[in-house]
Design a protein around this ligand. Structure first.
Ligand SMILES: Cc1cc2nc3c(=O)[nH]c(=O)nc-3n(C[C@H](O)[C@H](O)[C@H](O)COP(=O)(O)O)c2cc1C
Length: 328
């Protein structure tokens, strides 16, 4: 680890939860260096550009969120040439980087030869990464996201060696096997073992909920770069708090009052992208995460859970009456 470089904080991809609207909101809060899209699943063919634009509307904005944070496009698949061809299309469409998913635990995905199941074959992981690296222009970075293994971590170091030999730009390690699911703990110390096989920049992921966890994850993994998922949904200012802690500055955590302001902002963002009938759902989903840190979110959820109308939701969240609507 380079003690001079600023540690990087990446926002984890989360299918069905962190889409472009959530990326927009969370990156506005600051502290995030990069995002990754939900996965584009590829099986047999080159997908049309609209699929990439749907998962990554930021492509129309130079591949960055409205606050300028780059968004790598994540691809999931088991066939080296199909993955490579689709990665190349993502680059042509302007993705600032590509990420390969070897972590997804979902049975439906694993059954169709994608995600963590490929970790059982380190040689195939190597071929997929190598073919993708070759297909991408040298200027487009390629990151790889893995778990420690499928059933066990027995082949972890073989997986890391194979990835190293394919020369991607960096490796994100979710420090659990597929069998571990999302159950704590995360085995951050395994990430340190990867150092014996690679000099690639490593990014530690899994179970980082606060500044204390980040410190421990860094100590145990030997890497300062982190990827955060659920922790940021529960505490949207976590990246900013980590940055402040890194610089020895003390900042106050967001209050519930401030979070309510962000809920209103998020509602406005989702209404710009989704039909009004569906725009209330992401707010409810987000409250489900927020309540782990803010008890007020649980109470708020009870109040709003049956609301379907966005304007009603806006008022329940504490938004002001809209004078135009009242006049109408
Ligand atoms: C609901 C959900 C959806 C996820 N979707 C993806 C995905 O599309 N691609 C991916 O690589 N990982 C995905 N993950 C895994 C996360 O990126 C991350 O590795 C995992 O949640 C551990 O990090 P955390 O403890 O900080 O949340 C998902 C996780 C969850 C809980």
């Amino acid at each position: 680890m380079n003690p001079e470089a600023n540690p990087r904080i990446l926002l984890a991809p989360m299918e069905g939860v962190i889409d472009h609207t959530m990326r927009d909101l969370l990156t506005q809060l600051g502290g995030v260096d990069r995002c990754v899209t939900e996965f584009v699943r590829v099986s047999q063919e080159l997908l049309p550009p609209r699929v990439f634009h749907r998962l990554c509307p930021e492509l129309a904005n130079g591949g960055c969120t409205s606050s300028g944070v780059p968004v790598y496009l994540q691809i999931l698949g088991g066939d080296p040439s199909v993955v490579a061809e689709n990665a190349s299309r993502a680059a042509e469409l302007g993705a600032p980087g590509v990420d390969l998913n070897f972590g997804c635990p979902a049975k439906t995905v694993n059954r169709s030869d994608g995600g963590s199941i490929i970790l059982r074959e380190p040689e195939r992981v190597h071929r997929i990464v190598a073919a993708t690296r070759q297909a991408l222009p040298p200027s487009v970075p390629l990151s790889v996201k893995i778990r420690l293994g499928f059933d066990s971590s027995d082949r972890f170091l073989d997986i890391v060696s194979g990835i190293d030999a394919a020369r991607p730009s960096e490796l994100v390690i979710h420090a659990r096997t597929r069998a571990d699911g999302y159950r704590p703990p995360a085995y951050w110390e395994h990430i340190a073992l990867a150092r014996s096989k690679t000099r690639l920049p490593l990014i530690a992921n899994g179970e980082i909920w606060g500044v204390g966890d980040a410190k421990l994850a860094r100590e145990k993994s030997g890497t300062r770069d982190l990827m955060l998922g659920r922790g940021v949904l529960c505490r949207p200012d976590l990246p900013r708090l980590l940055r402040a802690a890194d610089s020895g500055v003390e900042v106050d955590a967001l209050t519930w009052h401030e979070i309510r302001g962000y809920l209103l902002k998020y509602l406005a963002i989702t209404l710009e992208s989704y039909d009004a009938r569906y725009a209330v759902n992401p707010i409810k989903q987000w409250l489900g995460y927020l309540r782990h840190y803010y008890p007020q979110a649980a109470a708020m959820f009870v109040v709003i859970k049956r609301i379907l109308d966005p304007e009603e939701l806006r008022l329940a969240l504490g938004g002001k009456e809209d004078p135009e609507q009242q006049a109408a």
